[in-house]
Ligand binder design. Structure first.
Ligand SMILES: Nc1nc2c(ncn2[C@@H]2O[C@H](COP(=O)(O)OP(=O)(O)OP(=O)(O)O)[C@@H](O)[C@H]2O)c(=O)[nH]1
Ligand SMILES: [Mg+2]
Length: 413
């Protein structure tokens, strides 16, 4: 879908980046994707080779002159810089070019602001935006008054972004309090799930890898899928019945990206907590992306930061319909096409094997006076069936090895 801004046209943007790392090209390509996702029209890309970022103007003075020429000739509305800028840098460049300047972080925040739908998502994004703005008020003040609205100045649900330091600080406190309440509610839900012994599987991965498509394919859910970045912001949970008839909960999560703004990671921590408490992670990887290895590393870094790098994980290589030769894979590396539903059987088997590797379904016969044992099984295991016999209660339950050992005297076949 073509997105026009409120004035009815697309803001004309030029992308500016510094060439310093080998991944630079992919990173610029991604910046372009981000700009398109935010609703801009990219009319030019300008890069400069240098080792350090210019403290005052990001790029060198000569390059800036060149940029000014381009901005004036191409009727550019917006300059997007590939690195995070200070408030002073934003102000200096804007004063020189007389056009709005935003950085990569602000661009990502802007996309999140437009995409956020749930109350929690909106609060999280607003919090990240306010934290980003607070140290940059010098530079950002001009954007709202002199240069108008548009990309980089929007709040979630189009709320007006604050420019007053005191108000921002108060708002940050208020939002943090509200988010704590929501988090408390969420942890109650988690407790309940734990009590019901339903295993939780979180789908994680780089943005646009196909996570939501996979959730839809496995559960017939209708989660929003789009060939744009950050289609998903809110964690969506769905029930999934495995081939054995056992049930799990599958959760879709927000995608990761390189140089993900720190405040955003912080703000989304509670959403990402879903991954933290998962019994298994499915790491969805787009096999068609030329920098697949680097993206895998970015995701693994976030998983480390979230302290879930040791959670059992299956790497799901997606979009194999676009490959000529498909690798065979193994139990921990499954090749699929979520869109064309190829390889899903193998994936389900692998999930089943991983999740239930330590549990077994066992039948117990408990005499009626064994109330303590009965209560233990009811509370600590997943009871599948219960029936009554003259000798006692027959319980069919999913149990860990230790429980089976402990109750071995009551096992029947
Ligand atoms: N060719 C091909 N395209 C796929 C496949 N799976 C997903 N896609 C496409 O990849 C794009 C992204 O899919 P999503 O499911 O929205 O990706 P996501 O990982 O949820 O993305 P975010 O929520 O933005 O992080 C969409 O255009 C999908 O149609 C696949 O198996 N083959
Ligand atoms: Mg998604």
């Amino acid at each position: 879908m073509e997105e026009l801004n409120r004035e009815g046209y697309k803001e004309r943007a030029i992308l500016v980046g510094i060439v310093s790392t080998p991944e630079y090209e992919e990173s610029m390509e991604e910046l372009k994707e981000l700009a398109l996702t935010a609703g801009a029209e990219v009319v030019g890309i300008m890069t400069q080779k240098r080792n350090t970022i210019d403290k005052a103007h990001y790029i060198g003075k000569g390059k800036l002159e060149e940029l000014k020429f381009f901005v004036e000739n191409q009727e550019v509305d917006l300059v997007i810089v590939n690195d995070e800028l200070t408030g002073t840098q934003i102000k200096n460049i804007e004063d020189f070019l007389n056009v709005k300047v935003i950085d990569r972080t602000n661009l990502i925040l802007d996309i999140f602001a437009k995409r956020a739908k749930s109350r929690e998502g909106m609060l999280q994004v607003e919090l990240a935006q306010l934290k980003y703005r607070l140290p940059r008020l010098v530079g950002l003040g001009g954007q709202l008054s002199r240069l108008g609205g548009g990309i980089g100045t929007r709040g979630p649900g189009e709320t007006k972004l604050e420019t007053d330091r005191r108000h921002i600080k108060n708002r940050i406190k208020a939002i943090e309090k509200k988010l704590e309440e929501i988090e408390r509610h969420r942890s109650l839900q988690r407790e309940r799930r734990k009590k019901n012994r339903i295993p939780v599987i979180a789908i994680v991965g780089y943005t646009n890898a196909g996570k939501s498509t996979l959730l839809n394919a496995l559960t017939n859910a209708e989660v929003y899928v789009e060939d744009k970045l950050f289609a998903t912001l809110d964690p969506t949970a769905r029930r999934l019945v495995l081939p054995s008839g056992r049930e799990v909960i599958l959760i879709d999560t927000v995608g990761f990206i390189r140089k993900l703004p720190h405040d955003l990671v912080e703000a989304f921590k509670s959403t990402l907590e879903e991954a933290k408490y998962a019994d298994l992670l499915l790491h969805v990887i787009d096999v068609t992306s030329p920098d697949m290895e680097e993206k895998i590393k970015v995701v693994e870094k976030v998983l480390s930061d979230l302290d879930v790098i040791n959670t059992p994980r299956i790497n799901v290589f997606n979009k194999i319909d676009l490959l000529d030769v498909v690798p065979k894979g193994n139990e921990k590396e499954i090749y699929i096409s979520a869109k064309n539903k190829i390889g899903l059987d193998k994936l389900l088997q692998a999930i089943e094997k991983e999740i239930f590797k330590d549990v077994e379904i066992v039948n117990f016969l408990l005499p009626y006076d064994k109330t303590k044992e009965y209560n233990y099984l009811k509370e600590k295991t997943k009871v599948i069936e219960e029936s009554y016999d003259e000798k006692g209660i027959i319980i069919k339950a999913e149990v860990q090895k230790e429980t089976k050992e402990r109750f071995k005297d009551f096992i029947i076949v």
